[in-house]
Structure formats: structure tokens, C-alpha cells
Write a protein that binds this ligand. Sequence first.
Ligand code: SF4
Ligand code: SF4
Length: 364
Amino acid sequence: MIKIVEDLKEFLPQLNACDTATCKFCHEFCTMYIEERAMSYTAHGLQKIIKRIITGEINPKDAVERIYRCTTCGYCHYVRCALQCNLDIIINARSWLIENGYVPVSIGKLLENLVKFNNPMGVSKELIDLEKLGVKDGKEGVEVLFYIGESRYDERNAKAVESAIRVLKAAGINFGVLREEANSGDLALRLGEIGLFEEFKEKNKEILEKYDMVVTFSPHDFHTFKNDYGLDNVTHISVFFKELIDDGKIKLKKGKGRAIYKDPCYLGRHNGIFDEPREIISSIMNLEEFDANRYFAICCGGGSGHVWLNLRKRQRASQILAQEIQEKNVDFVITACPVCTTMLEGENVKTLNISELIEKFLEV
Ligand code: SF4
Ligand code: SF4
């Protein structure tokens, strides 16, 4: 859970310690560092800047874009930094920038879209025909609520959601989807718009806690509900499907070939869920790994709104992943997050969401 403070100065002891630290453990797989290859683009670099904003040595205007470059991938926070406070500091710094009128235009647009359209892309039309798919309304006394999130508005990811729905139906799950679904507030929180996040949380929390189980399509929404709302009745669809496979409600055929799995930061590093998607894939075909995987997995580069932003100067993390995929010459690239799908497909890598993989190899 992100710790929100009254005054950024509360972080000064940590910021001072980091400023003089020689550890610099935070750089190797930091998404910004991977993309820009400069120490100023690391948690350490950001914290130096944030400290100097607090002490008045830097004009916030000159630093604002840098502070929004972090994808909140969690590498510094969970894996390497002895201080373990980087994400709290970065989110609070963003909140301070917003409150003091320094928000970049591109970030402001995403937030405005969230308010107006319930999604950061600014898409007004939902793309999934729930009636045609025969999905019950989540209000109709169902056991499981399937929370779709922003993929309701995204053409590519809507297709993967439809696969997930067909698999849930084939497994005989008594589930429903809310016809009107409020945004989880994940992006609002990561961008530091705490007030907007609280508004979304207020709309959702009371509704979600009534269900036996809430299953999310996106790891970002799963993380937000579990860790930022504090709900304990929420799971990610990959984990839910693994349970259904173990219970014999989903049976999978064997396939041929080799598949590589892209760990989503908000499933893996942030929540320690690494095994379930891998076990599903390897029950079907051979599983190949990225050289950096699990806690060290390279972020797709799309977190914290970067899937819709263009602030990079040197290269995209997704380009590095695409190159490794090409070198490994695998037959399938499996994702479990809509952001990873968008980023990899943006590099012309054809992907299968884990729900699409299951539907493809479903034994009927
Ligand atoms: S969260 Fe990721 S991108 Fe942000 S500073 Fe930490 S390692 Fe770098
Ligand atoms: S690992 Fe943590 S304390 Fe060390 S330089 Fe990086 S952010 Fe600072």
C-alpha cells in the first residue's frame, strides 16, 4: 500500500541517505535505466532530484518530466533498495507536483480522460458485447464478479477478455460482469492524483467486497484492489484459471512448440505471483524463459501510463524484449497483462494472452 504523507519533507531522512549512498542497487533492471542508460534515470537519480525540489535547489518545472518517467515497475522497491521507500517517495512527489500545478500536459490529458471517459485513452464506446456473449449482470446474485477494467475500451485486449469469458462459461462458473464498471483508480494513484483515486475507490470498494470472489483481467486492477483498497476477496484471472484446472473444471490439450512467458510487474514483482501462469503454460507445451525473469523481469515499459505516453529519448524496454523474443525463436509469446500485450504488439510481436492460450487448448 502506498503511504501518503502530509509533507514531502517526511521523506528527507531516506532521501538524504540515498543521496550519499554508494549502493546504487536500484539501476540494473530499472525500466528508465534500461531505456535511457543514464544513472539520472534510476530511483537514485529521481530521489536526488526530489530532494533538491524539497530544498529549493531545483525548479520543479525542470524536473517534472523526469519524475513521470518511472513506470512504477517495482524493481527498486522490492528487489534492490535497502530503503524500500522509492515508490512511496515517487508517488508522493507526483502528488505534490499535481497539487502545485506542475503536471505535464500529457499526464493531465490521461487524468482528464479518466474523469470524462472512465479510461485514460479517452475512448467513449465499450467494445465487448456482454449480452451477445450471454454474460450475467454482476448485480444478479453471482458468486464470482469478473472485473474487466480498461480492456473494455481496447480493441486488442477486448478480444482476450472475450476468450476469458468463454473459458469461464465452459468451466461452468456462476459469474457476472457489472454493466457499469468504475475505473479501479490504479493509474490515478500511480500518477499521484490521490483525490481521483479515492473517488474511484469510494465507488468500487463497497460493491466489490460483497462478492465471494472478484477476478480481475488486469494485474494492475488486481494489485490496486488487493493492496491499495485492502480487499482479500480478489484474485487475478491466471490464478483463478489455475485453480479451475487443478479442480478438473478446465481440461487442456497438449500442444507442440515452445512458449515464452512475460512476467507482468504487477503480478510478479509486486505480488509474487510467478508460478501459476508458468504451470498453465508448461502443462500445454515447453516453457522458455527470458534471461531476466521473475523478480528481475524487464518491465514492458508501459506501466504508469507509459503505454500511452511518449517521453522516452533513447529506446523502449519493449524493443529489448522483442529482440530477445526474436533471438529465442519461440512459437508463442504469452502475456497475462493487457499493458504487456499492447507494448509487445507495438513491436510487431504477436502475443497470446493466457486466457487466449487456455481457450485455444481447451478440451471440449
Ligand atoms: S519503479 Fe522501476 S522504473 Fe521506477 S525508479 Fe524503480 S526501478 Fe526504476
Ligand atoms: S538502492 Fe536505494 S538507497 Fe541505494 S542508491 Fe538506489 S534508491 Fe538510493
